[in-house]
Design a protein around this ligand. Sequence first.
Ligand code: ZN
Length: 313
Amino acid sequence: MANPMPAVTLAQILRDEGLTVVEVGNWRTHNRNSKGPWGPVHGVMIHHTVTSGTQRTVDICRTGYSGLPGPLCHGVIAKDGTVYLVGYGRANHAGSGDDDVLRAVQEETPARPRDDEANTDGNPHFYGFECENLGDGKDPWPAVQMEAIERAAAAICRWHRWGPRSVIGHLEWQPGKVDPRGFTMDSMRDRIADRLADDPEPEPPKTPTKPAAPKPPAKPVVDLSKLVAAAKADPPRRGTPISYYGTKTVEQALVREGLLAPSLADGHFGTATRTAYASWQRRCGYSGKDADGVPGATSLKKLGSRRGFTVTA
Ligand SMILES: [Zn+2]
């Protein structure tokens, strides 16, 4: 259950992720909230526009067309990677999709159910990006546009503490949809995963080159109670379920402390993670039951201050 972020925050986190953002008109209050709910939000949806020309594309996504009033998304991602914010709130982009898919997004399960039902209104639950492309399988996706999609989706996931499995394509949601066409959503989720796993520590200051260099993203936040719940519940479960994505932040810190193999920093709080965390607790001076691998506030804050995350209760 997640409330949508404020509009001003969306613009800010996209810029913090290094994107060029254009705020179009009254986008912050341009929405379809009078027609139905907005939120709780569960994920991010990627589309292609079947249009060409950035100005025309932005106009259509902002105002819509007869039969489908705008906004048709929250952000338009142009060929040059610029993000145009055209609306905020409920938008006509997701339409009716499959409740099984929504549940998989909420639970961030590895398996993705086939979207063979259109029984659930997706417009309350997804942030939407329309990407400028003809969708004919021939129109190229410039590298800078692909990177902007990656950054925009990652920025939202970072803010909500979601993993890459919270990002889907329209074609994975609504029967009959083919967008986005020209790349796979699995490949995009891999890119988003890599970006979310990036070292959160800010780079050392260098000689300023540009006056308006993007700010480094905010430090990730780890919720102690969710982490403890994952540490207790996950080890005996089958497979590698991810019950709390903040686990990955902690695992990456343990990797950098030399206590966990990099391949095991997968977001699943399994027995290897318990063992690694117990080693960290012993390093902090705990022993016996106090070093059982279930994180406590003191050891976690110490790890966070060394490895660049903050801890909430
Ligand atoms: Zn679409």
